[in-house]
Ligand binder design. Structure first.
Ligand code: SMG
Ligand code: MG
Length: 378
């Protein structure tokens, strides 16, 4: 990361909520989502404005965090503590001033990202340059939910994504919807399909039928098995990772750099899914990136169905050198008919990394007109 940026003086801070319908319902082992109810932090500083997206889902089903809780903790705990010592702020102050608060990493990440965006805009520097990005475009994978229409619909969706140019496919798996659909994908698209699965912690390492299903998936030539077990079951992940030829990737388990280092020391995974929103923001993202890179562990950038605001952060992050594997950073039209920002577009299986100051995207006025605002400081 390049040299520290000058602080900005916050004149106004508000939460902005806007709901965007998804083009396809997104089903995982923990439920189905039909829309993205986005919670954004908007910082208006004397020098420039900044935007950050809180990646929480509507319910606490991926992790403990959820959008209503994040809005509450931002309003009543995080923002008051952040602003109490004074309003001239750097993004680093989010970590420093909120050090006494536990958890709520998605909520913190939105604050840290918004402040960093404002500082970068004021300094005229792009986020990608600031992070030391080494690519001007990032390879785009796609995460495919479990379709209501079963295997035929899955095959049709994957065919569409391959035709669009996505360079690898991640399929969600859950008990009862795992081995057969993945075998069907292999039968239809052959060994050349770059395929990985994500269980979102849906399996129990102490249930023989669950382990048998995962063992069968291990035979299918997958690139990765992502988060088969509950986030805190690092030893169970390690025990099975030692038996499987498919590398285990951890997502929900990796809450910060220290946890990543522990997971790697335990050999609980060989690959790490990094989500800036999940780990508390861009700074912890860089720490995880550096820790994994030092240990020769490839990382990739996950996604939480972000609007263009969160996606802009993810795409800049994915352009850092340790992000060696294609991420879940898909184009805007994979999620929304109309994104909140100017869209990210798939070109030859890649997304262009924004080059303009800050994250390089801001909400379009037409979409913002439908938003609910909650001023927290102004
Ligand atoms: O942004 O394309 C996306 C979604 C990627 O599969 C995806 N995310 O566990 O990795 C994951 C899931 C969590 C989604 S919960 C809303
Ligand atoms: Mg995941």
């Amino acid at each position: 990361m390049s040299a520290a940026l000058p602080a900005v003086t916050v004149e106004r801070l508000e939460l902005v909520r806007v709901s965007l319908p998804l083009v396809t319902p997104f089903r995982t082992s923990f439920g189905v989502q039909h829309e993205r109810d986005a919670l954004l932090v908007h910082v208006r500083a004397r020098e420039a404005q900044g935007w950050g997206e809180c990646v929480t889902p509507a319910a606490p089903v991926y992790s403990e965090e959820y959008t209503g809780g994040a809005a509450h903790v931002l309003e009543h705990q995080l923002v008051p503590r952040l602003l109490a010592p004074g309003r001239t702020l750097r993004a680093e102050d989010v970590g420093l001033r909120l050090a006494g608060v536990r958890g709520h990493r998605m909520a913190r990440a939105a604050l840290e990202s918004a402040l960093l965006d404002a500082q970068l805009r004021a300094a005229g520097r792009s986020l990608a340059v600031h992070l030391g990005a080494t690519r001007d475009r990032v390879a785009a994978g796609v995460s495919v939910g479990i379709p209501d229409g079963g295997i035929p619909e899955l095959l049709e969706q994957v065919e569409g994504y391959l035709d669009a140019g996505y360079v690898r496919v991640k399929a969600k798996v859950a008990r009862g919807s795992d081995v057969a659909p993945m075998q069907a994908l292999r039968t239809r698209f052959g060994a050349r399909l770059r395929l990985q699965v994500d269980a979102n912690a849906g399996y129990d390492p102490d249930t023989p039928a669950d382990v048998a299903a995962l063992d069968a998936l291990d035979e299918l030539g997958l690139l990765q098995i992502e988060q088969p077990f509950a986030p805190d079951r690092l030893l169970a992940h390690a025990a099975h990772a030692a038996r499987w030829r498919t590398p285990v990737c951890l997502d929900e388990s990796i809450t910060d750099a220290a946890r990543a280092v522990e997971a790697l020391a335990l050999r609980a995974c060989r690959i790490v899914n990094v989500k800036p929103g999940r780990v508390g923001g861009p700074f912890e993202t860089v720490r995880i990136h550096d820790a994994c890179r030092d240990r020769g562990i490839p990382v990739w950038c996950g996604g939480m169905l972000e609007t263009g605001i969160g996606r802009a952060l993810n795409v800049a992050v994915a352009a850092m050198p340790g992000f060696e594997l294609p991420g879940d950073t898909s184009a805007s039209d994979r999620y929304f008919r109309e994104d909140l920002t100017d869209p990210f577009v798939l070109v030859d299986g890649h997304l262009a990394v924004p080059t303009t100051p800050g994250i390089g995207r801001e909400p379009r006025d037409e979409v913002l007109a439908t938003a609910t605002r909650l001023p927290l400081a102004g």
